[in-house]
Design a protein around this ligand. Structure first.
Ligand code: 5GP
Length: 209
């Protein structure tokens, strides 16, 4: 049976390049990772597809799902609900895939409480100037919206140190490989390998005189 996959939480400022990083990780290592698609009550943005970017649901449906324990975590963020569907995540983990959750800080904290073995990674740009450039370079937001995102980034940066790892997304190619290495290393953590360690120890005990 495959070893159960890990829960990998990825958070970061808007414009930090999280989405691109995750897509590239999945493209390079499709057998190893699965991306959890969240449910949300916010409206789809232009270009977003239901079931791919999010499951867009009504507030009533979201609350029903809360009631039936359908989420491993959910949070309210800027006036909308966002939640991680339990069934998909559990199924992928049983298949041995590491499941990537792209979620914000409140959700990250809840997942860590419920699943202490989850890995918390914060993705950030190398400096504030790069973030501002990336946001304006997208060309999709007005100067006011960009200012709003930078303000939010300043607020969110206060929680960065609650994460276990900080991954600087400077160059996409190397950041993807660092992310993959970081996750791979987690599989070697002793707390996840107690049974193997015990088996080895039991096997070797026959050599004790
Ligand atoms: P956006 O509306 O820009 O797509 O997402 C807003 C924030 O919600 C982002 O920080 C995103 O990572 C976070 N988010 C997306 N899905 C979930 C989820 O299932 N749970 C939580 N807690 N946050 C989420």
């Amino acid at each position: 049976m495959a070893e159960k996959g890990l829960l990998v939480i990825l958070s970061g400022f808007s414009g930090a390049g999280k989405g691109t990083l995750v897509r590239e990780l999945l493209r390079r290592y499709p057998e190893e990772y699965a991306l959890s698609v969240s449910a949300t009550t916010r409206h789809p943005r232009t270009g977003e597809t239901d079931g791919k970017d999010y499951f867009f649901v009504t507030k009533e449906r979201f609350e029903e799902l809360i009631g039936s324990d359908g989420f491993i975590e959910y949070a309210c963020y800027v006036g909308n609900y966002y939640g991680t569907p339990r069934e998909y995540v559990e199924h992928q983990r049983e298949l041995g895939k590491d499941v990537l959750l792209e979620i914000e800080i409140q959700g990250a904290r809840k997942v860590k409480e419920a699943f202490p073995e989850a890995v918390l990674i914060f993705i950030a740009p190398p400096d504030a100037g790069t973030l501002a450039e990336r946001l304006s370079g997208r060309g999709t937001e007005t100067p006011e919206q960009i200012a709003g995102r930078l303000k939010r980034a300043a607020e969110e940066s206060r929680c960065m140190q609650d994460y276990e790892y900080l991954l600087i997304n400077d160059d996409l190619d190397s950041a993807v490989e660092r992310l993959h290495d970081l996750i791979s290393v987690q599989h070697c953590r002793m707390e996840l390998n107690r049974l193997t360690a015990e088996r080895l120890s039991a096997e070797l005990s026959r050599y004790l005189s």
